[in-house]
Design a protein around this ligand. Structure first.
Ligand code: ZN
Length: 245
């Protein structure tokens, strides 16, 4: 499997990070944060190769490039159906994105099929399992084969269970451990939380993701303390990184 990081950031884009977006095997897009479309172009990848989008939760830093992707696909003559999975509200969001921006629907020569997912559902022909995170918005944790992605969540056992034995866990790491109280108050995880979940799940590789502009100064600290708490491989995601596993 291959993961292209299209957005390793959070909250709002910075000069070095777009917001949450990860492309698996050039076909499956997990979250679609602002700036991710531009990174897809920079990576030299084709938006029309994407056949399914998986949205973790309905917060702006995970969905704001949705309209950009749809319009990019429309203007590059996409014909194949696009599947979009997400929590309840995803269908309404897509409808608003198109209609409120006065997008002439006749320009879209492809169908968009939305599937509203409840945590625990197995989807996409049985190839993707889901679990529930703990976040301010309803958060879906996804597993596809050896890849698992948390979206935004406090540290939860559900992640460790879903990710059990997988090769690559992308776990949000919004704060360093010394800001644990703040992290949990705002329904997020620290880097040490991510490391402990990775250890419980016995994954091979932990990728820390969801680095906000405010926490950029703490990125090296987060990586170090995650390494101290998990003895598999730990990496900090960066935009345009490519992971093969
Ligand atoms: Zn977020």
């Amino acid at each position: 499997m291959k993961v292209n990081v299209l957005g390793s950031g959070a909250t709002s884009p910075s000069s070095r990070r777009a917001c949450a977006s990860y492309l698996v095997d050039e076909k499956y897009l997990f979250d679609i944060g602002p700036g991710s479309y531009m990174n897809l172009m920079k990576a030299g990848l084709d938006q029309n190769m994407i056949n399914a989008v998986f949205i973790s939760h309905l917060h702006g830093d995970h969905v704001y490039d949705l309209g950009v992707f749809l319009w990019g696909m429309a203007t590059r003559e996409r014909k194949e159906k696009l599947l979009v999975y997400g929590p309840k509200g995803i269908a309404a969001l897509i409808s608003h994105v198109l209609s409120d921006a006065n997008t002439p629907v006749s320009f879209l020569k492809f169908d968009i099929e939305t599937v509203e997912v409840s945590a625990g559902d197995t989807i996409h022909g049985g190839s993707v399992q889901t679990a529930m995170g703990e976040h301010a918005a309803y958060d879906l944790i996804y597993r596809m084969g050896d890849f698992c992605y948390t979206g935004d969540t406090r540290p939860v056992l559900a992640t460790a269970t879903l990710a059990k034995g997988c090769k690559m866990l992308l776990h949000e790491s919004s704060f360093p451990a010394r800001l644990e109280k703040e992290a949990h108050t705002y329904w997020h995880s620290t880097s040490v939380d991510a490391a402990r979940i990775a250890a419980m799940a016995d994954v091979e590789n932990l990728i820390l993701v969801h680095i906000s502009p405010v926490q950029e100064v703490n990125a090296a600290e987060m990586l170090e303390e995650a390494k101290e708490n998990f003895h598999g491989r730990v990496m900090l995601a960066s935009d345009l990184a490519e992971f093969l596993f």
